[in-house]
Design a protein. Structure first.
Length: 218
């Protein structure tokens, strides 16, 4: 459906399609990259064999570098050492001044109950990636690094590590991950549309200026 120029039929083992087409076609040619995340050994192996980009949740740069090396070694066993790229899955709270950013971040968890936090820790306890996020919050407190906040892990499971700060600070956190070899970023926020607009207006121009050869979508 991504590559066909006319309506397509498909009779497969699991589904049947009759005269379907996808409009509009993907921006990426011939089709979008395959992104995969996860902290388990099974996820690492699946990513090494099949994905174009492995997305990490927020962590220390040292840990991300070690995980990249491990995944590259796995990918090499499948002849894909040059095919696997890396990215980060993060939340972001950006405001024009740092004080406002931290106030906005605090507002996201102001009404989170202890019961909600305990539910997250218990219900998602079998997830290796979630275990790591909770370990970071316990061992490092509110900040993994300057402007890289664990507080949102009290309210949500999964990718709860959050960049908080003014535009320069947010760009600097992202730049650290760029400099160790991450070329893709999946960012989200609350409210998502407003945070995306602020990122476009306040943070992206800084990153574009610093990384002129790296910014074009592929």
């Amino acid at each position: 459906m991504w590559t066909q120029t006319t309506p397509t039929d498909w009779n497969g083992s699991y589904y049947t399609l009759k005269q379907v087409e996808l409009v509009p076609k993907p921006y990426q040619k011939p089709y979008p990259k395959f992104y995969l995340g996860g902290g388990s050994q099974q996820a690492a192996e699946l990513s090494a064999k099949h994905s174009d980009v492995h997305l990490f949740w927020g962590d220390t740069t040292d840990r991300i570098v070690a995980n990249m090396k491990s995944l590259q070694e796995r990918a090499a066993k499948h002849g894909r050492e040059k095919d696997l790229g890396f990215g980060m899955r993060l939340q972001i709270v950006c405001r024009e001044n740092e004080k406002d950013a931290w106030e906005a971040a605090a507002g996201l968890i102001r009404n989170v109950t202890a019961e909600r936090t305990q539910y997250i820790r218990t219900y998602y306890a079998q997830s290796i990636a979630n275990q790591r996020v909770q370990e970071l919050a316990r061992s490092m407190g509110d900040l993994i690094a300057p402007n890289l906040w664990t507080g949102l892990t009290k309210a949500r499971p999964g990718a709860g590590i959050c960049i908080v700060g003014n535009p320069e600070q947010c760009a600097s956190v992202l730049q650290q991950f760029i400099d160790i070899g991450c070329h893709s970023f999946c960012l989200s926020g609350y409210l998502h549309d407003a945070e995306a607009e602020r990122f476009r207006r306040l943070v992206r121009p800084i990153l574009e200026d610093r990384n002129r050869a790296r910014m074009q979508a592929v």
